[in-house]
Design a binder for this molecule. Structure first.
Ligand SMILES: NC(=O)c1ccc[n+]([C@@H]2O[C@H](COP(=O)([O-])OP(=O)(O)OC[C@H]3O[C@@H](n4cnc5c(N)ncnc54)[C@H](OP(=O)(O)O)[C@@H]3O)[C@@H](O)[C@H]2O)c1
Length: 324
């Protein structure tokens, strides 16, 4: 099978498209022929080994796995002896190492779910990391309730485009913050109000909200406080990438510490990539309640360009890779 691999951390030039042995699924795994994948900033961090903290997971001296990509959608080709819920021919989606290659082997108990018939592979491939981050950030960490007001900073990226739609589905009133070129798209996704951060400082004009989902994590605690009600919550998805050792983590921890001083709460958050909520996405996509937002499409041989684009930090919605 063809798959993108890397032997040293670095920019997209370190990637090589190689011919690898087709994997054999373990007893609790599925063998999935990947048809589409999507790109996340996570892939870029793992490729470049930055911030250095990610090397704790990826390998201290160099990448220990070497495959790249996580979010996938495809067709089950074989199942291990212990697998009971899936069978060859099922169309599935989820997240597993190596999605920028022709085969992945998700565990049945991992991030895999059946794909609805009226959802395309490329649409299903957009869910993975970004969709689960948006859902867990709003619903679980943010405890967003119907009728509450939520402000989503960074509403135009992979996480943000899911978050706007999910917040509406959860019954909230949504304020979306993005740049000029993405204002119309945010409105079309369902935002009740859109603020262009290049034209106004939303921390001064947005008013108070029950919850702020801060996806870029580029504002100080005293700025965030201005958009939160007295008992408001701030869920932090990321932060400035300036610290090459810990990246966004420094900002997230310092915001948490700053929040100890008042009634409002800052909650740093790392999403869990599991299968628990993928059926919910399948159901909501099949019903047309959620529509995956896609920015660009690349072919498998163009993965380095797709990664470099997402690595620049201004992707609009999801970037997908057609794997064949
Ligand atoms: N904690 C977790 O578990 C978790 C999970 C997933 C992702 N993340 C992190 O969350 C971040 C976003 O992920 P993603 O998948 O949404 O990335 P993405 O698709 O690359 O999103 C980039 C978006 O961020 C927007 N943006 C950039 N600067 C901004 C600013 N100053 N104000 C508002 N928006 C801004 C860009 O819009 P403009 O071009 O309009 O500026 C672009 O649409 C990444 O840092 C990623 O590593 C964390």
């Amino acid at each position: 099978m063809q798959a993108w691999v890397y032997e040293e951390y670095g920019p997209s030039e370190v990637l090589q498209l190689r011919e690898l042995e087709k994997p054999v699924p373990a007893a609790d795994e599925l063998l999935v022929r990947v048809h589409a994948a999507s790109v996340n900033p996570f892939d870029w961090h793992m490729l470049t080994g930055t911030p250095y903290l990610v090397r704790m997971q990826g390998g201290l001296r160099g990448p220990k796995d070497g495959r790249v990509g996580v979010d996938y959608a495809g067709t089950v080709e074989a199942v291990g002896a212990d697998v009971t819920r899936f069978q060859p021919g099922d169309q599935v989606f989820g997240g597993r190492d190596g999605a920028f290659g022709e085969y992945v082997t998700p565990r049945e108990a991992g991030a895999v779910a059946k794909e609805p018939a009226n959802v395309s592979f490329e649409q299903a491939a957009t869910v993975g990391i970004a969709g689960l981050t948006a859902l867990q950030g709003l619903r679980d960490k943010g405890r967003l309730q119907p009728g509450e007001k939520v402000l989503i900073n960074g509403a135009s990226g992979g996480v943000g485009t899911w978050a706007v739609q999910l917040a509406k589905w959860l019954g909230a009133e949504v304020t979306a913050v993005c740049s000029t070129g993405n204002v119309d798209a945010a409105r079309e996704l369902g935002a009740d109000r859109v603020i262009d951060y290049t034209q106004e400082d939303f921390t001064r004009s947005a008013g108070e909200h029950d919850l702020m989902l801060d996806i870029p994590g580029n504002r100080t605690w005293s700025e965030c406080v201005r958009v939160l009600k007295e008992d408001g919550r701030l869920v932090l998805v990321s932060g400035p990438k300036t610290n090459r050792w810990v990246g966004p983590l420094g900002h997230m921890v310092s915001m948490r510490v700053a929040s100890f001083r008042g009634g409002r709460e800052a909650k740093p958050f790392v999403a869990k990539l599991n299968g628990d909520d993928l059926p919910l996405f399948a159901e909501l996509m099949a019903a047309g309640t959620l529509t995956p937002a896609i920015d660009r499409r690349y072919e498998l041989h163009e993965v380095p360009a797709a990664l470099a684009y997402v690595g620049e930090g201004h992707a609009r919605a999801k970037v997908v890779v057609s794997v064949g």
